[in-house]
Design a protein around this ligand. Sequence first.
Ligand code: TRP
Length: 323
Amino acid sequence: MRTLTGIQPSGTLHLGNYLGAMRPAIEAQARGNCFYFIADYHSMTSLFDPVERRKNTLNVALDWLACGLDPATSVFWRQSDVPEVTELMWLIGSLTPMGLLERAHSFKDKTAKGISPNFGLFAYPVLMAADILLYDTHVVPVGRDQQQHLEMTRDIAIKFNQTYGETFVVPEADIRDELAVVPGLDGQKMSKSYGNTIDLFGDEKATRKKIMGIVMDSRTPAEPKPDADQNLAIQLMKLVAAPELAADYESRLRAGGLGYGDLKKALFEQYWAFLAPYRARRAELAANLDYVEKVLRDGAEKARATASVVLKRARQACGIAAA
Ligand code: TRP
């Protein structure tokens, strides 16, 4: 059973990204047959700076490898290193109804926000379907925001199979509703669009400043806090510290005597220690970019071994190559 997912190279990652998407994907490697790629073609629909794209793509590769993506176990590549996907996009796009694409929420949301729509943005779901179908994918773990794209992928696969004969595996979505919502610095869900994130690999000073800046109420340190479990620093500590330690801080806060400043300092230390091994690994990788490039190229070669077989099958099915 093959699991595949695409990762948008869209800038700095935060704790919510790590706990919500990366860690589950990294843990899933134990089951084998994981295909993960960096969706740099997709980034072209909304980012028009080549230097920035290259930088973002490299950063995502560093982040994922640092956090435990294992290129010996999983196939990890840069989407554009297997350009066959764009050909498949044409084959399937030619039987994708306009109406299907016009109903796409993400397209409608983006244009409603004033992003001027280009062909790529409109065709985004077709490229995404090609990503999935090109690798005979069975399962696609994605967030709820991608559910409709997966339904479109299934519709496209079924239509192609009906029109040209059995060609594609019809994939299943594995929708991840986050098990625990990771709260951001203001207590709302941690999200880049709310500007309340804590970066995974931010520098020490900036990270400390962000955590020390969490706003709390005006109760004195001595006052008992019966609502200690609602405290944002306690909630975050539970996500990054050993459970006994977080429980100890919670009971000290509840009893009274623990000041908010000391609590936030402890949170910073736990946060910093939680990421220490990944930070060290990331620094090693960043000092060895030839290795990272080689990992991506080797990954692309493995991905292509599957892609070329499936593309050939699709070409033959629709009559643009000798059967
Ligand atoms: N659209 C996905 C997102 O925004 C990224 C993506 C591109 C993807 N191609 C994919 C995800 C294929 C799963 C499968 O997160």
